[in-house]
Design a protein. Structure first.
Length: 397
């Protein structure tokens, strides 16, 4: 696997200078929210303003799907390789800015070292938190680990939050000036032209789930209600945690034709599933800012989901979809029944979802927010360590 990638320079007007921007971020495989984000950035208008280069943080061994963060020795070796590649790029490429996408958990050790390495070489840094429960992960940490995390936050030039919850936490522990909120994006044009769902003759309502087949995605609850929603067919697209998938086999067998479980598919086939669907569902327990919700909205689908992470920032209750408490089987069944039984409600929510995706979450609208962060750093002096009282004491409360 190639650890780095340089984008081809675009033509510029005479005398213009394109700044160098280095990403520490994963590329496919495996698929997922952060690799999708990386590909979107590489294909965006940022290529006109920056020379882009990637240090790929994807694992060298795609050894399955796991329901929780685990320290694996193959990932330790990967971290050493990635930090070595970063050091080489800092010396050779000499970027103006290093943007680190971190899923935190165990990866924050690697990504924190990357921030300190870039700081030592006087390169401006952006640390982008890709989950929805970073504040809780810090509070669960030991005092020493918490101190190290807060020291790294203070040493970073800009902290980018994916959720409002994380934004508020970061502003509280390091101050307001160096924290920015930037949502995820979706390339809305990928879903054009939208199908005319009002003209569909099939009485069966297609409910789509796209995501990992793990307990924390609410798959168990979804299968619990799948056989109790008349007039609905459920399609679930893996990858799956194999041991968990095996435990679901008796349930899947009992549901018969009510549920279709599909292996991972190429991007174009996933887009076709969105076109054929009538409702999108994600009864997840925890999230950052799930791309699949934005994709469903861009596809003109009403969303049934839980109000975790940034989902309520995207889906407004009763407007673009229905939000139900995590692990609440009865609420999930009621929400699905409501949409399955009312084509008028489905179409109205789906229309509003598409409009919101276009106006708020389309690729270039969000890229303009990222560009503003980079412009700030390009024009400012290197950031001194923040000196808030909470940060000095290592307190997050």
């Amino acid at each position: 696997m190639t650890p780095e990638r340089e984008e081809t320079p675009h033509a510029r007007t005479p005398g213009s200078a394109r700044r160098r921007l280095l990403f520490l971020s994963p590329l496919p495989p495996p698929t997922g929210g952060i690799p999708t984000w990386t590909l979107g950035v590489l294909g965006s208008s940022l290529r006109s303003d920056f020379v882009l280069r990637i240090v790929n943080t994807s694992p060298s061994q795609c050894d399955g799907v796991y329901g929780s963060s685990r320290l694996r020795w193959s990932r330790v070796l990967d971290a050493m390789r990635i930090l070595g590649s970063l050091f080489w790029q800092l010396l050779r490429f000499r970027p103006r800015i290093v943007h680190v996408n971190t899923p935190y958990q165990w990866a924050l050790l690697r990504d924190g070292l990357a921030i300190w390495l870039a700081w030592a070489l006087r390169t401006r840094t952006v640390l982008h938190f890709r989950g929805g429960d970073f504040p809780e992960s810090v509070e669960r940490a030991s005092r020493l680990v918490r101190w190290a995390i807060l020291a790294t936050l203070r040493r970073t030039d800009r902290l980018v939050a994916l959720t409002r919850h994380t934004e508020l936490f970061l502003r509280r522990v390091v101050g307001h000036d160096h924290v920015r909120y930037v949502p995820n994006f979706v390339r809305v044009a990928d879903f054009d032209p939208l199908p005319d769902r009002a003209e569909r003759k099939d009485p069966c309502v297609e409910v789509l789930f796209v995501g990992w087949i793990i307990p924390a995605k609410g798959v168990g609850e979804l299968l619990d209600v799948a056989g109790r929603v008349p007039g609905a067919h459920f399609t679930l697209v893996v990858p799956a945690e194999q041991t968990y998938l095996e435990s679901l086999q008796p349930t899947l067998a009992s549901l018969g034709e009510c549920v279709t479980l599909l292996d991972p598919l190429p991007r174009q086939e996933i887009l076709e599933l969105y076109r054929r669907a009538d409702v999108f569902v994600l009864p997840t327990w925890r999230e950052g800012f799930p791309n699949v919700v934005l994709e469903a909205m861009a596809a003109g689908l009403p969303v049934v989901a839980t109000p975790v992470g940034a989902i309520p920032d995207a889906v407004r209750e009763g407007e673009e979809g229905l939000l139900i408490p995590p692990r609440d089987v009865q609420a999930l069944e009621a929400a699905l029944r409501q949409l399955v039984e009312s084509a008028t409600l489905r179409l109205a929510m789906g229309k509003r979802a598409r409009i919101r995706a276009e106006e708020v979450f389309d690729l270039e609208a969000v890229i303009s927010q990222l560009r503003a962060v980079y412009d700030e750093l390009s024009e400012s002096a290197p950031r001194p360590a923040a000196e808030t009282s909470a940060a000095r004491s290592g307190s997050v409360r």
